[in-house]
Design a binder for this molecule. Structure first.
Ligand code: SAM
Ligand code: SF4
Length: 403
């Protein structure tokens, strides 16, 4: 007899006969689709993105995506999908026809909610007349633009393929095509001053998009910038930038709801919020990661990173395109949950812990007590949330939950 047939509320956790906790309901499900190609590799980027030599093999790629999705269906059978994120790489390199085929494929195989959020990531350097409008006609209802900066000198230093004028034109096209637009900006750029940073932000705000993602430029291992580091603002200057960014956006009505994400009321990115709330996501395409819950376990998956190998193996339909699939060990669940949930300014309801990890909150009671005593975790009886201090020193807070 399962928990529901015993009359318990869905989402409530019980102990199974083997003495371990089981999930009696599954969290919301999102789908991520990875498009692995870019016109040029940016020197700071460690995403699974590959510089294009020639044309994208669109038909082969879409055949492989269909094969990948078909093989994943038994793992998500019957579940509703709340959001789709087509990310990269540079999805806006795909033709209108390819995006149309991709969305038709997703609709044919998945139980997509009628108002599902469908985001596509675009690079302003790949804007072609009418492209965004066609994407919208196929079902894309949110566009996320990689602007980074409006300053031509900074864009050049970042190795971007577009200038400020193209960035502005792309924003206007995106706003005409869809109702919801996000702009990605980066700060603490090579040679950037506080004034330069705020000028970028003012320009970004002037378009009135509902969402802004503002990232501190980081030097990632195995990138050109890690090997040949540019001259970057020092810690004091970048901290001043971060503070002024949050202050100015708040005044303009964009609330900081996650470390790097700011939204107008009600315009948070539902897809990303589902990640942070420890929801489920199926990731298809090369290098895509996924997290899928079942009544007795929670799996993490990763597809093969190399686009060609992933395409070849996906077409074999024998599961060999999956590079890794493993159950999240019981002892790591507390840390994994907190790593996501505590990024959210408002945190999450305490009940989510039990519902989504299958563990009673008691499993992390020691860490919670320590973090609360240090002033890092809010003692709120209803929400799991960092204090303002804990949010500023998130790594210290998370360290308390390390297995
Ligand atoms: C996959 S990219 C967005 C779409 C597209 N590829 C582009 O760059 O225009 C996601 C975002 O991550 C951010 N990003 C990438 N590498 C970063 C780094 N090393 N430090 C900070 N932000 C980074 C950028 O703002 C970028 O727009
Ligand atoms: S365009 Fe985007 S994904 Fe591609 S290399 Fe640049 S930052 Fe990375």
């Amino acid at each position: 007899m399962d928990a529901t047939s015993e009359g318990r509320k869905p989402g409530v956790v019980s102990l199974d006969p083997r003495g371990r906790t089981i999930l009696s309901s599954l969290p919301p499900l999102s789908v991520y689709v990875h498009v692995p190609w870019c016109v040029r590799k940016c020197p700071y980027c460690d995403f699974n993105s590959h510089e294009l030599a020639g044309d994208i093999p669109e038909d082969t790629y879409l055949d492989a995506l269909a094969a990948d999705l078909e093989q994943a269906l038994p793992q998500i059978w019957g579940r509703q999908v709340i959001s789709v994120f087509i990310g990269g790489g540079t999805p806006s390199l795909l033709s209108e026809r390819a995006i149309d085929r991709l969305l038709a494929l997703l609709r044919a195989y998945l139980n997509l909610l009628p108002d599902a959020e469908i985001t596509l990531e675009a690079n302003p350097g790949t804007l072609e007349a009418g492209r965004y409008a066609s994407y919208a006609a196929s079902g894309v209802n949110r566009i996320s633009l990689g602007i980074q900066s409006f300053d031509d000198v900074a864009l050049k230093a970042l190795g971007r393929i577009h200038d400020g004028r193209q960035a502005r034109a792309a924003i206007e096209s995106a706003q005409t095509a869809v109702g919801r637009v996000n702009l990605d900006l980066m700060f603490a750029l090579p040679g950037q001053t506080l004034q330069g940073c705020m000028d970028d932000l003012d320009q970004a705000m002037s378009f009135g998009t509902d969402h802004l993602s503002v990232y501190h430029l980081t030097l990632e291992p195995n990138t050109v910038f890690a090997k040949y580091p540019p001259q970057l603002p020092d810690d004091d200057l970048s901290a001043a930038m971060q503070e002024d960014i949050a202050g100015r956006l708040d005044t303009g009505g964009w609330k900081r709801y996650e470390i790097s994400a700011y939204a107008q009321p009600g315009q948070q990115c539902r897809h990303n919020v589902n990640y942070w709330e420890f929801g489920d996501y199926l990731g298809i395409g090369p290098g895509a990661h996924g997290k899928l819950s079942f009544h007795d376990r929670i799996l993490r998956q990763a597809r093969l990173r190399n686009p060609r190998s992933w395409m070849e193996k996906a077409m074999r339909r024998d599961g060999s395109h999956i590079a890794e699939q493993k159950e999240i060990p019981w002892r790591e669940l507390g840390f994994e949950f907190m790593l996501n949930a505590l990024r959210l300014k408002a945190g999450v309801p305490r009940t989510y812990y039990m519902e989504r990890t299958g563990q009673p909150l008691l499993a992390v009671a020691g860490a919670m007590e320590r973090a609360t005593a240090l002033g890092l975790l809010d003692p709120d009886p209803v929400a799991l949330r960092a204090t303002d201090f804990g949010w500023r020193f998130l790594n210290d807070l998370l360290a308390e939950f390390l297995p």
